[in-house]
Design a protein around this ligand. Structure first.
Ligand SMILES: Cc1cc2nc3c(=O)[nH]c(=O)nc-3n(C[C@H](O)[C@H](O)[C@H](O)COP(=O)(O)OP(=O)(O)OC[C@H]3O[C@@H](n4cnc5c(N)ncnc54)[C@H](O)[C@@H]3O)c2cc1C
Length: 747
């Protein structure tokens, strides 16, 4: 047995996605980091030990342009490339590789932290972990600690204020909160995988298997052959217990039910399951909920639904407020109740540091949110973005010698700008980085998309979509809109009602306020352009929604073309299933009512006139992701293209940061929940070079890239004094025109 001590700038405990992203974020900012994890595999509930699929702000594609960027975005893209089938073991390797790539980061697997020392009860001095298998006791010291243990053990041992269970309605005025506070929690779950062996396989249930016919499960939950892993998310129990203290008992109950379900599938004669066998059953319960720390702010359901625009926003979420009945799998009601905000919502920095332990940040399912708000923030891509924010905050605290609260009070702009510079998931915060030389430059390009339209392509497949429901499309209005024409087929002469709606917020893509309603005659005939006068000039560029009301005589032309910045929507009809077939959807939720099912990467044929939504200057000092418009430069012509910056006086440039379009509207999932057809997002530019203007007037290459498949690229080179720089796009990964989201230049 050995005893060791490790000193770092930042100590992160818990290697779920929150901890992984916290550690990577701090390491990338130049801090030394210890990441301590008590399992042999990183990833927490997403790991192959538990196999929960990673969801986030896109909410299975409900929210638009909502996929996370930053470290979580990198993990998604890398997994999509390496692991399009969603193999849980390949996902483990994607996460591990991301950690191993950081030279400032030391990883301690199999190391369980149980002890801490704290000074005056309000500052953690050290945490000590026991490495199983190695008989090693290690004491970790650092000026700042990040608790990403999920259960919140580190903060608890340090005396951090926290809650377990539900707040009363009176406490925060939350609609879904109970009248009285209680200890009810979301329960824990064990998942299992099955496979077809190709020959008959028998199943003799173990003695502890439960007869599920004696439970409400067969009547109230969907049991199907072919389901695997997180399809069984509803095998949940322990909401009335202490999910930590009773962890062993909960595991036994879950195992008894899993083997009971499998006995039912294999031996009841009701399923075609003769060749099926159990491939894997989890051994540790995936925990949904335990301690939630109290920070300087407690995020509430009201703020989630109102999308409160916190000044100290450091991340966003978009999953529904998703709460489950306390009886879990034994409940007679549906396994979940869900409600979505109208777009993504914001999470403040004050919710990720302790209000009473001075050097403690936290991220993941233990943040400072009420039980109801946690019902949304708990999904793992959101936990990961919170981790990136906590790691960034911790790195800055360590570098500046301040506490998280002091960072909030005195250096908020620095925190947000650092996050944005790292391409983290921030919504609606513009780049004001004083070090970014590009902000003082003029941008221009070889060509630019200046007309907003999707035209039919000769010989390409066109689908005629009946107006048996309201159809709509979101488009950027920049700076103004006048007429919108639609290509229609009309069987009997009719009058079409075409409306223009404001989305009201940069982060939203659903109709919120009607601006204009226009009735236009549509004579009988095929392939005719019908035009509506919809004049609108918002104060600043904004997305609008054009709605074509249902009409039994008319069809819109739908083509397989994706126009960046434009989204097509169809209104859900009464009785149609929602996102999850077994979870009832509440009425009156705009994002559930206006759906993209069958319309992704397709567009109605329309003409909407000139636009500045794709101008080159969108790449400089902008939002770095769709917000009230696409927020990127989009070339107007196919093939090689360039984007250029010019300065009035020479500047010295030693680094260029590029943010490329990876289509944040495309919903990615790490496991088998959803399959995206592209292994590399086609809009990402693949081959490019960066050139600076030399004294004599010629272009000098300073960086060249081939085979790129990432969104965020940083190129460093020997400093060069110049008055102009350009990025020459030689090829994309499939898209016909070049696009660049952001271009930064640093000394
Ligand atoms: C069955 C189930 C279904 C769910 N469905 C979804 C879903 O579909 N999509 C989704 O995104 N989210 C889902 N969630 C929620 C999500 O999995 C959790 O909210 C999320 O994993 C929390 O992330 P985290 O990093 O905070 O914690 P965790 O993923 O729990 O990771 C924390 C890690 O810290 C380690 N640790 C704990 N204590 C210590 C210690 N003392 N020392 C060292 N290491 C320690 C733990 O072993 C653990 O691996 C589900 C959860 C469950 C259980």
């Amino acid at each position: 047995m050995r005893k060791e001590s490790v000193h770092s700038d930042v100590t992160v405990v818990g290697g779920g996605l929150a901890g992984v992203c916290a550690a990577i974020a701090a390491a990338r900012l130049g801090r030394t980091v210890a990441l301590i994890h008590n399992r042999p595999v990183l990833g927490g509930n997403s790991s192959s030990e538990v196999r929960v699929w990673v969801c986030g702000a896109t909410a299975h594609g409900v929210h638009r342009w909502a996929r996370e960027t930053g470290i979580m975005g990198e993990l998604y893209l890398e997994n999509q490339y390496r692991n399009p089938e969603g193999n849980p073991y390949y996902w483990d390797q994607v996460v591990l590789d991301a950690v191993l790539a950081e030279s400032n980061l030391r990883l301690f697997l199999n190391t369980d932290v149980r002890d801490i020392t704290a000074e005056h009860g309000n500052r953690i001095e050290s945490v000590t972990g026991w490495t199983m298998g190695a008989e090693r006791l290690t004491t970790f010291t650092s000026p700042v600690f990040v608790d990403c243990t999920g259960d919140g053990l580190i903060g608890y041992l340090a005396g951090a204020d926290h809650r377990i269970g539900r707040e009363s309605r009176e406490e925060h005025g939350e609609e879904w909160a109970p009248p009285e506070p209680d200890r009810q929690l979301l329960g824990s779950t064990i998942l299992f995988y099955t496979k077809d062996a190709g020959h008959p396989v028998k199943y003799v249930p173990p003695s502890f298997a439960k007869n599920i016919l004696d439970t409400p499960i067969p009547e109230h939950r969907l049991i199907r052959t072919g389901d695997n892993g997180c399809d069984y998310w509803w095998v949940e129990w322990g909401g009335r217990l202490d999910t930590v203290d009773d962890n062993e008992r909960i595991r036994d109950e879950l195992w008894s039910v899993i083997h009971g379900i499998w006995d039912h599938i294999k031996n009841s004669g009701r399923f075609d399951a003769g060749n099926l066998t159990l491939e894997w059953v989890g051994a540790i319960p995936g925990k949904r909920e335990y301690r939630r720390f109290l920070g300087d702010h407690v995020l509430t359901q009201t703020e989630v639904m109102a999308q409160s625009p916190f000044d100290d926003r450091i991340a966003f979420g978009g999953w529904s407020v998703d709460l489950h009945p306390v009886e879990g799998m034994y409940a007679q009601e549906p396994g979940a109740r869900q409600r979505y905000s109208d777009g993504v919502y914001h999470i403040p920095f004050r919710s990720i540091y302790s209000r009473n332990v001075g050097n403690l940040l936290f991220a993941g399912r233990n943040i400072s949110a009420t039980h109801i708000a946690f019902g949304s923030t708990r999904v793992m891509a959101t936990c990961a973005t919170l981790g990136e924010a906590a790691g960034t905050g911790a790195a800055l605290c360590a570098a500046l010698g301040v506490t998280p609260r002091e960072l909030h009070d005195g250096q908020l702009t620095l925190l947000q700008q650092t996050l944005l510079r790292q391409d983290a998931s921030l919504m609606g915060v513009p780049n004001t980085d004083p070090d970014d030389l590009a902000r003082a430059a003029r941008a221009c390009a070889s060509s630019t998309l200046t007309r907003l339209a999707v035209e039919p392509v000769p010989d390409a497949t066109t689908t005629l979509l009946p107006l048996d429901r309201d159809l709509a499309f979101v488009l950027p209005v920049d700076p103004r809109l006048d007429d919108v024409a639609l290509l229609v087929d009309v069987h009997n002469a009719t009058e079409l009602t075409i409306e223009l709606w404001d989305t009201l917020r940069g982060e939203n893509a659903v109709p919120a306020r009607r601006l204009i309603s226009s009735t236009v005659p549509a004579p009988e005939g095929k392939e005719q352009w019908v035009s509506a006068h919809l004049p609108w000039q918002p104060d600043e560029p904004r997305n609008a929604v054009v709605i074509v009301r249902s009409d039994p005589h008319a069809y819109l032309h739908l083509v397989d073309q994706r126009r960046t910045g434009v989204l097509c929507l169809a209104r859900k009809l009464a009785g149609e299933s929602g996102v999850d077939h077994d979870i009832p959807e509440e009425n009156g939720q705009a994002v559930a009512e206006w759906v993209a099912r069958g319309l992704r990467r397709r567009s109605f044929c329309f003409r909407a006139g000139p636009t500045r939504a794709y101008d080159p200057d969108k790449t400089v000092g902008g939002y770095q992701r769709p917000f009230g418009g696409p927020q990127m430069w989009h070339a107007g012509e196919r093939g090689e293209a360039w984007l250029r910056l010019d300065w009035d006086a020479p500047v010295e440039i030693g680094a260029v940061h590029l943010v490329l379009d990876d289509d944040v509207d495309e919903y990615l999932n790490n496991l088998h929940r959803h399959r995206t057809e592209f292994e590399i997002m086609p809009e990402l530019i693949r081959d490019y070079r960066i050139e600076v203007l030399a004294d004599g007037g010629g272009w000098t290459p300073v960086a060249r890239e081939t085979g790129n498949r990432r969104r965020h690229r940083i190129h460093r080179f020997a400093p060069f004094r110049t008055t102009a720089l350009r990025v020459v796009v030689e090829a994309t990964n499939g898209a016909s025109e070049a696009r660049i989201v952001a271009l930064r230049a640093y000394a």
